[in-house]
Design a protein around this ligand. Structure first.
Ligand SMILES: Nc1nc2c(c(=O)[nH]1)N[C@H]1C(S)=C(S)[C@@H](COP(=O)(O)OP(=O)(O)OC[C@H]3O[C@@H](n4cnc5c(N)ncnc54)[C@H](O)[C@@H]3O)O[C@H]1N2
Ligand code: MOO
Length: 402
């Protein structure tokens, strides 16, 4: 059976997310807007800076007076601090001025105080030639009135909030956060804190997934472990579907027989089982229950991490109207020889060493310690055998998480 390329799966997921009914919006204050997605574009209603101002602590003068200022000095006719409104500059004089203070009418140039001296006549004398217009930050240098400063669909970062504040915006309209239910499946699972019986393991995916969702600022419905019983699974899914915009499950999506979740989705909802050309993360499902989308991730812990950051996160962002969903990918030299070409795109847990990318340990899809030791994912495309020194794509976790 042929495997679905990752790009195709991503495209289908993004189309699926975009086809969902629009989410509501809410008005939030700037300090509650970090990481939220802007629901409408923002246009500036003022210039920033609102007037020409000084970039330095020093003296403001008219460029016509530079020669006089160099030769004999100029009298200082006023003192302008930030936050004050200056009087027009008297011709043939200069003004003491500080960084950020408005330039007086009649001045067009500033010299920093280190390049000046007060001569014996208490005149400000330039110590070196000065370019007309130097050290002036013109009105509108940053933002012009009427310009669009941010587009709808922008995920707000700290600098975006600062930018909005600079044009006086105190509140803005953002998309309401998604409610995402997280459920693990598997009879072998126990929760940390409980004793482990024979054949049992701890439920790590729950914590990985909840952490990944928390970093995206979403509302999480922690559904714990789904029981391996169709009747109970149905009832639990019904309750989750009524509250959540998306249900994410882990486990039970491969060809195994104890696949109670798949059975319930097939009977009561809808399910597409994909075999992706990705390692780890080959089995992946997209379905629905009572109209609520369900994404079923493979149970292997590293497959959960990889498929979430590459496929689920873009779905979540696009579902909220986010426009920028592609992760940062850097082209860096490989610090290894890759021995054999694979049939799937392989995303290795990797880190940087002396500017080169190296795998960070055991790459089995059941292994999490190598993910913990990694600073990103390294792509070995299907069919390729990169050699040491050749460029490979490295996706830092700083761009994948949060
Ligand atoms: N005959 C085949 N077997 C398997 C195939 C295949 O194509 N044919 N694919 C393999 C691949 S690739 C993956 S990935 C896994 C996916 O399996 P499932 O999604 O059905 O997941 P499970 O069987 O339930 O679990 C797999 C593995 O992960 C552990 N697990 C599950 N949930 C958790 C959890 N919440 N916390 C920690 N660990 C968890 C589970 O114990 C298993 O070891 O299938 C392969 N098999
Ligand atoms: O896709 Mo599985 O995660 O390779 O083991």
């Amino acid at each position: 059976m042929s495997l679905m390329p990752v790009e195709q799966a991503l495209q289908l997921l993004l189309e699926h997310a975009a086809s969902q009914p629009a989410l509501g919006t809410e008005q939030v204050s700037l300090n509650a807007a970090l990481g939220r997605i802007l629901a409408e574009p923002v246009e500036a209603t003022l210039d920033v800076p609102p007037w020409d101002n000084s970039a330095m602590d020093g003296y403001a003068l008219h460029s016509a007076d530079i020669a006089t200022a160099l030769e004999q000095g100029l009298p200082i006719s006023q003192r302008i601090t930030a936050g004050t409104a200056p009087a027009p500059l008297q011709p043939g004089t200069c003004a003491r001025i500080f960084t950020g203070a408005p330039l007086p009418e009649g001045a067009d140039t500033v010299e920093m105080q280190e390049n000046t001296q007060l001569n014996s006549n208490a005149l400000m004398q330039l110590l070196q030639p000065l370019t007309p217009g130097a050290n002036v930050r013109p009105r509108g240098q940053d933002i012009c009135v009427g310009s669009r400063v941010l587009e709808a669909g922008t995920r707000l970062r700290a600098q975006d909030l600062g930018l909005l504040a600079s044009i006086g915006i105190a509140e803005l309209k953002v998309v309401r956060p998604l409610r995402v239910a997280v459920a693990s499946t598997g009879d072998e699972l126990r929760e940390p804190g409980e004793p482990l019986g024979p054949g049992q393991i701890y439920n790590s995916n729950r914590y990985t997934l909840i952490g990944l969702l928390q970093a995206l600022g979403l509302v999480i419905i922690d559904a714990g472990i789904l029981p391996d019983d169709p009747e109970q699974t149905r009832a639990r899914l019904r309750a989750l579907a009524a509250q959540a915009d998306l249900i994410i499950t882990s486990g039970g999506v491969s060809v195994g027989e104890a696949d109670c979740l798949g059975q319930v989705l097939r009977e009561q909802g809808q399910v597409n089982l994909w075999k992706l050309a990705i390692k780890p993360g080959k089995p992946f499902t997209l379905g629905s229950f009572d109209g609520t989308p369900v994404i079923g991730l493979p149970g292997n812990p590293a497959a959960v991490l990889v498929t979430f950051v590459l496929l689920v996160k873009p779905w979540l962002l696009r579902r909220q109207g986010g426009t920028d969903v592609a992760p940062l990918s850097l082209s860096l030299p490989a610090g290894f020889d890759w021995p054999r070409a694979g049939k799937r795109d392989e995303y290795l847990r990797a880190r940087l060493e002396a500017g080169q990318v190296v795998p960070s340990g055991n790459q089995s899809s059941g292994v999490l310690s190598s993910a913990s030791q990694a600073s990103g994912l390294l792509l070995i495309p299907a069919g390729q055998t990169p050699r040491r020194g050749e460029a490979v794509q490295f996706l830092p976790f700083s761009g994948l998480l949060g």
